[in-house]
Design a protein around this ligand. Sequence first.
Ligand SMILES: *[C@@H]1O[C@H](CO)[C@@H](O)[C@H](O)[C@H]1NC(C)=O
Ligand SMILES: *[C@@H]1O[C@H](CO)[C@@H](O)[C@H](O)[C@H]1NC(C)=O
Ligand SMILES: *[C@@H]1O[C@H](CO)[C@@H](O)[C@H](O)[C@H]1NC(C)=O
Ligand SMILES: *[C@@H]1O[C@H](CO)[C@@H](O)[C@H](O)[C@H]1NC(C)=O
Ligand SMILES: *[C@@H]1O[C@H](CO)[C@@H](O)[C@H](O)[C@H]1NC(C)=O
Ligand SMILES: *[C@@H]1O[C@H](CO)[C@@H](O)[C@H](O)[C@H]1NC(C)=O
Ligand SMILES: *[C@@H]1O[C@H](CO)[C@@H](O)[C@H](O)[C@H]1NC(C)=O
Ligand SMILES: *[C@@H]1O[C@H](CO)[C@@H](O)[C@H](O)[C@H]1NC(C)=O
Length: 353
Amino acid sequence: MKLILAALPTLLALSFGLRVSKREICTVSSHNDPSKDDVPAISAALKKCGDTGRVLLPANQTFHIRSPLSLSSCRACDFQINGLLKVSDDWHYWRQQPAAFIVPNTTAAIIRSEGNTGIIDANFFGLLNNYTTLPPAEQQRIPKLFNIEKESYQVLISNLVIKNTPGTAFFVSSNSTALRFYGLHFANEGAVGFEIENAKHVYLWNNTIRANHACVQVRTNVENFQVEESNCIITAAEKRSTSGIEFQLVVREFASYIRNIFARKVRIAGAANGVVFWTGQHKDEYHTVEVYNATFRDFELEETAQAVYLEQCEEGKYGDGWWRAALNVSEVLFRNWSGQVERESELTCTAEC
Ligand SMILES: *[C@@H]1O[C@H](CO)[C@@H](O)[C@H](O)[C@H]1NC(C)=O
Ligand SMILES: *[C@@H]1O[C@H](CO)[C@@H](O)[C@H](O)[C@H]1NC(C)=O
Ligand SMILES: *[C@@H]1O[C@H](CO)[C@@H](O)[C@H](O)[C@H]1NC(C)=O
Ligand SMILES: *[C@@H]1O[C@H](CO)[C@@H](O)[C@H](O)[C@H]1NC(C)=O
Ligand SMILES: *[C@@H]1O[C@H](CO)[C@@H](O)[C@H](O)[C@H]1NC(C)=O
Ligand SMILES: *[C@@H]1O[C@H](CO)[C@@H](O)[C@H](O)[C@H]1NC(C)=O
Ligand SMILES: *[C@@H]1O[C@H](CO)[C@@H](O)[C@H](O)[C@H]1NC(C)=O
Ligand SMILES: *[C@@H]1O[C@H](CO)[C@@H](O)[C@H](O)[C@H]1NC(C)=O
């Protein structure tokens, strides 16, 4: 383990309104050996400098990620990824892990690259290019790149290049709040760029997302979600169920809703649906999902089959003993969309819509 410690009297004012403070800096050196895990050294640096300090992974170095890295000891810390983080190619190991980078119950963390040199290469978790032909049960085992979970609060991830993620790149869940994703650039497509559920105040800005299923997938119980000035590029051999922004309105044990959604200046290319609202199916009973206060403006569509698809607003019998959840939609606005689509959008709502 090589830690170079330098306490610089640098004065830094962070955007999260932290007090100007003296930061401890830990610079991590890589082993520069694909067979050696750099995670223990990074974890040690986070333990040492993670409490209001800075952990630096310098440019022009490759850090081999052979085990999950938890950022839980990053408290008001500045985690600077300026080099390349390369996930190992051991699928049999990774298929048993929920994620490569875990951000659990973490407060005021900044994970970023200075000068846009930071790259995170998920290396397809060792699946190479056959991840698309994986059987469904194995596909379920593809780890997320990042899991932001357990009431994490005020996390900023910015200016990183993301590549070779076969599954979901950023998964936000379990009552996490105030999360920002700025200037993330997907060099090639993953399955899903962002997957968000049970979260509040999630902001996406200035990202280029490439995906072969959905750029953004929002599930129920998300409040105050915004996406602005971002590009969504869908590249899928089979276009059928792809979308730019997908709302998967599954029913939770408690009230199920999405509220206060704001999307502006989003360019979507190559999707089957620009924005889609799917509802879940439920055995023996029907439920309602509330969709309240959502604005989608200044969208540009390219090679997208349909602008908006809304599954249905009424409860309905779906099959033998199965019901589709009903959507209770109000204050939903689509304004200033441009581009050409193949089909007209179906937004026929009856009953309570
Ligand atoms: C990384 O390499 C580039 C190109 O060789 C060089 O311009 C840059 O100064 C290097 N950065 C660091 C931090 O060594
Ligand atoms: C991926 O494909 C290669 C050869 O095409 C095969 O050797 C390898 O076992 C496959 N990996 C998985 C995880 O299926
Ligand atoms: C997060 O941490 C706080 C304070 O340490 C604790 O009270 C809370 O239960 C934790 N939440 C979760 C979901 O672990
Ligand atoms: C989130 O918070 C709600 C209300 O406090 C609680 O009922 C729920 O169990 C929490 N969910 C998770 C996944 O932590
Ligand atoms: C937007 O993100 C890109 C990286 O994807 C970055 O180079 C650029 O500086 C960002 N723009 C602004 C205004 O911050
Ligand atoms: C509707 O959503 C927007 C964007 O999230 C928010 O700023 C606004 O306050 C919300 N309006 C109401 C009435 O809740
Ligand atoms: C539909 O949602 C609105 C608020 O979004 C709520 O006031 C209303 O009671 C809901 N209607 C039903 C039938 O659930
Ligand atoms: C409509 O959207 C386009 C593309 O985002 C934008 O350039 C333009 O300014 C918008 N027009 C209005 C009137 O808001």
